[in-house]
Design a protein around this ligand. Structure first.
Ligand SMILES: [Zn+2]
Length: 221
């Protein structure tokens, strides 16, 4: 995690310091190596948030587009007692999850029902072949930014994120940031929208959209 409590203050990891986890209250120690992103790590092996994934530069760059107060917000469900850390939760109550590692469809569902109003941002540049394939398998975006595509790629990228929650895939600077508007897992055809990262961020910061109106890749055409 990027943040932990040092004397009650939400703080970033500094070499040779300890702090308390903001989710479980357990002790965490700063990991500030040359080759790792500075972060806090739990001392005990007990699982804190089972949804948490190891952060990369990609996660940090995205989170930094939002105010610090909105990053790593502990969410608590009083009914089930479940606690999870939202990567970003805006002042307007929208959770943004930045996801790089592959997760099971059941976890996708669990996280969506836990957070309710949420948006997925997926690291599509994890596999370079996905970037290239997507670029080759779509039309040029029209005047409004829409492109249609047919997925022949071997990866299950689009199948995996077949949900009615808004899904955005970040294929990196070269290949663009796309919203997956629709995807049909049977014929593997879909519609995607080229999105400006800054406009996306601004809409969430200003609260002008939570992107829910048009659903996700699995919503009805
Ligand atoms: Zn913890």
């Amino acid at each position: 995690m990027r943040y932990a409590d040092v004397n009650g203050v939400k703080s970033e990891a500094q070499p040779k310091t300890r702090a308390l986890c903001r989710a479980c209250g357990g002790e965490v120690v700063a990991k500030c190596g040359k080759h790792v992103i500075w972060h806090w790590s739990h001392i005990s092996l007990a699982t804190c948030d089972r949804w948490w994934e190891t952060e990369t530069e990609w996660h940090r760059r995205w989170k930094d587009r939002f105010p610090k107060d909105w990053q790593e917000v502990v969410q608590y469900d009083a009914l089930t007692g479940e606690k999870h850390i939202a990567d970003v939760r805006t002042r307007h109550g929208v959770v943004v999850e930045f996801q790089r590692s592959t997760i099971e469809p059941s976890e996708v569902k669990d996280r969506e029902s836990f957070h309710q109003r949420m948006v997925w941002v997926i690291d599509g540049a994890k596999n370079e072949s996905d970037c290239v394939n997507f670029s080759n398998m779509r039309t040029r975006p029209d005047d409004n930014g829409f492109a249609v595509f047919q997925w022949y790629g071997r990866s299950k990228l689009f199948h995996r994120w077949h949900t009615t929650t808004p899904v955005f895939i970040d294929f990196g600077d070269q290949y663009g940031f796309w919203r997956v508007c629709r995807f049909d897992p049977q014929n593997k055809k879909g519609v995607a929208l080229l999105v400006d990262r800054s406009l996306f961020t601004a809409a969430l910061i200003e609260g002008t959209s939570d992107f829910s109106r048009n659903g996700g890749p699995a919503s009805a055409f």
